[in-house]
Write a protein that binds this ligand. Structure first.
Ligand code: ADP
Ligand code: MG
Length: 614
């Protein structure tokens, strides 16, 4: 037998390694923008075509590269940013692994133009499959322009994994925002298919936030700022009234690097505490600076996760700094004054940080409440509707003993099983509404208790499904079309949903500059309410949008149904109740909402008798 092991050729090894760094156009965008920032540019322009699939180009006015460096830059592990392992613990740059350009050159066709201030001429390079195919001197402005074309042209399997253009564009916009937010002193622009989407003049952080997230935040931002020897925090949180139903506008940066941290997010939510509703998410853009030796940015290849040397201190610090800020701006008159004082006295906030102080801080009672609260966070209490299910199981003994077992009944297992129990269609006479929330409808075996909102959600969901499957809901043209001004991310999202919304009776026309005109809406949307309806739908949609198991159409249908369903607390006329019951029981799956909550409970007369000991 011959030996069988061989070394992979460089270009294949590079392609495989590239998979970790460049998963989609947005990853390349992030790397190129960060390189431009690291090069000291104060003007960075991003151009993309076809959501980055055919072109991603970044032009910067940074320090440029010599011709040798320009060639070297595309070698794997080629970096000017660290030279020994010690450097890793004092990283001040965004990049340091020396992998991005090598990865990009392995999976796209690259054209580089670059020139340093001290050089007569610049250099032009063309690279394909990791091989330089052209190099020549060129006249160029100071700085660097990198164009990468036809991403994954040589890795079709990866190309096939890319999502639709609107979806990929959304990822790009996200990455763009994360970099642009962290460097307000740098001009950024984003041009997509020749249309300028962002044009961010240099300014203050506050100006940058408003430029990116929209004017509604103007005058609605509370400054957060605390300095200690151990760490600094600065930035802004939105006033409680700007909290949204989705967690979109939330940004943490550590040493100017965007990070995702459920842990710090929790600290922040705790700081807002009772000031916002349970399901609301406050806006924040907070920057934490601390000695790089106190972090390990190496834990994740795309560097969005971070490990703090002492994360409890960071948690307590973030929470108290935000509480302090909210209290100082007397956002809420109900905020406990004593608590505020004790926060200000917390070592993490008020004193320089030494090891000795650190241990006092960790043993303080205030500190331990921070951390205790944090632990309860992960035990979600989903206690609603625990025992409804047993009403569907007539075989089960519901004696006084059995009653207890009802309370710990499990969750819904399968639509099918439940569906079989509901052959019985109730009559629609003698309907009664309870608490403006439930409808009681007698059957000959007992009665149904219908949850009006859940029931309506099911009805709408099935109506909408039919509509997008080919029987569109008619739109009524508005006499005075409303205009809808959205943030860039929302505009990208809405564009993606336009065709389906059209089937659902919403005529929306893009009007440039993230603005849409609502030309028509379904007949049952009250005149003047269509704008709010679309805005709420978007909020709800974003709420679902991390749910990977649903298609975007499914998410839209679910959002619309949820958002448009009549809410508990709404009084219904007899005619409305009748329509609701009839429509519910003509549904394909009348017994549960799209999310699997029951729409009605059945109370059987003989079971009720038993419960009363009869
Ligand atoms: P890293 O950023 O981790 O060092 P990259 O592969 O992203 O690795 O870049 C390799 C090197 O190329 C960088 O260290 C830098 O010296 C140089 N470089 C990359 N992009 C630019 C740019 N826009 N301007 C100047 N130099 C650059
Ligand atoms: Mg880099």
């Amino acid at each position: 037998m011959p030996d069988i092991i061989q070394l992979l050729p460089d270009n294949i090894a590079n392609q495989i390694a590239a998979g970790e760094v460049i998963q989609r156009p947005a990853s390349a965008v992030k790397e190129l923008l960060e390189n431009a920032v690291d090069a000291g540019a104060d003007e960075i322009k991003l151009f993309i075509n076809d959501a980055g699939k055919s072109l991603i180009q970044v032009i910067d006015n940074g320090k440029g590269m010599s011709d040798t460096d320009a060639r070297m830059a595309f070698e794997r592990h080629a970096t000017s940013k660290i030279s020994n392992i010690e450097d890793l613990f004092k990283i001040k740059t965004m990049g340091f692994r020396g992998e991005a350009l090598a990865s990009i050159a392995a999976v796209a066709q690259v054209e580089l133009k670059t020139k340093r201030a001290e050089d007569e001429t610049g250099v032009y390079l063309e690279i394909e499959n990791s091989i330089v195919i052209k190099q020549e001197p060129i006249a160029a402005p100071i700085g660097t322009s990198i164009a990468m074309k036809n991403l994954f042209f040589n890795v079709p399997a990866r190309r096939n994994f890319l999502k639709s253009n609107p979806a990929e564009l959304r990822h790009i916009v996200d990455e763009f925002i994360r970099v642009a937010m962290a460097f307000p002193e740098v001009f950024f622009s984003l041009t997509s298919n020749g249309q300028q989407v962002f044009h961010l003049e240099k300014g203050t952080l506050k100006q940058r936030i408003v430029q990116i997230l929209g004017n509604n935040y103007n005058a609605k931002l509370v400054a957060v700022q605390e300095h200690t020897d151990y760490m600094n925090i600065y930035g802004f949180v939105g006033k409680p009234e700007t909290a949204k139903k989705t967690r979109g506008d939330q940004y943490f940066f550590v040493n100017n690097r965007f990070i995702k941290s459920a842990y710090l997010n929790h600290a922040l939510m705790n700081a807002f505490d009772a000031m916002i509703g349970k399901d609301s998410f406050p806006m924040y853009a907070l920057f934490i600076d601390l000695d790089p030796s106190q972090l390990d940015i190496n834990v994740h290849p795309t560097k969005q996760e971070i490990k703090f040397e002492d994360e409890k201190i960071v948690y307590a610090f973030v929470q108290s700094a935000v509480k302090h800020a909210l209290a100082q701006f007397s956002i809420t008159p109900t905020l406990d004054f004593e608590l505020d004082v004790s926060i200000q006295q917390l070592d993490a906030v008020s004193k320089p940080f030494t090891d000795e102080k650190k241990s006092t801080a960790t043993s303080s009672s205030l500190y331990s409440t921070f951390t205790k609260k944090n632990q309860s966070h992960f035990i979600e209490n989903k206690s609603e509707l625990k025992h409804w299910k047993d009403f569907y199981e007539p075989e089960k003994k519901t004696t006084a003993e059995g009653w207890k077992s009802l309370t710990d009944a499990g969750n819904i297992q399968s639509q099918q099983v439940l569906h079989t129990v509901n052959e019985q269609i109730p009559g629609t006479d003698n309907l009664a509404q309870l608490h403006n929330s439930f409808i009681v409808t007698p059957t000959n075996k007992g009665y149904y208790l219908i949850h009006q909102q859940n029931a309506h959600e099911r009805i709408l969901y099935e109506q909408f499904t039919t509509a997008v499957d080919g029987k569109p809901i008619a739109a009524q043209r508005s006499l005075f079309p409303a205009t809808l001004e959205l943030s860039v991310t929302d505009a990208v999202l809405l564009n993606e949903l336009l065709p389906d919304l059209n089937h659902l009776g919403y005529l929306l026309e893009p009007f440039g500059n993230n603005t849409f005109v609502i030309q028509g809406s379904p007949a049952d949307v009250v005149d003047g309410n269509e704008k709010v309806a679309v805005e709420k739908m978007l909020e709800q949609y974003k709420h679902f949008s991390n749910d990977l198991k649903y298609s975007k159409r499914e998410k839209l249908l679910r959002s619309m149904a949820l958002q448009q369903s009549i809410k508990a607390g709404t009084g219904l006329t007899e005619k409305e109740m009748k329509a609701l019951v009839e429509n519910l029981f003509s549904c394909v799956t009348p017994n549960i909402t799209p999310n699997g909550k029951p729409t009605y409970l059945e109370f059987k007369k003989d079971e009720l008798d038993k419960m009363f000991g009869r």
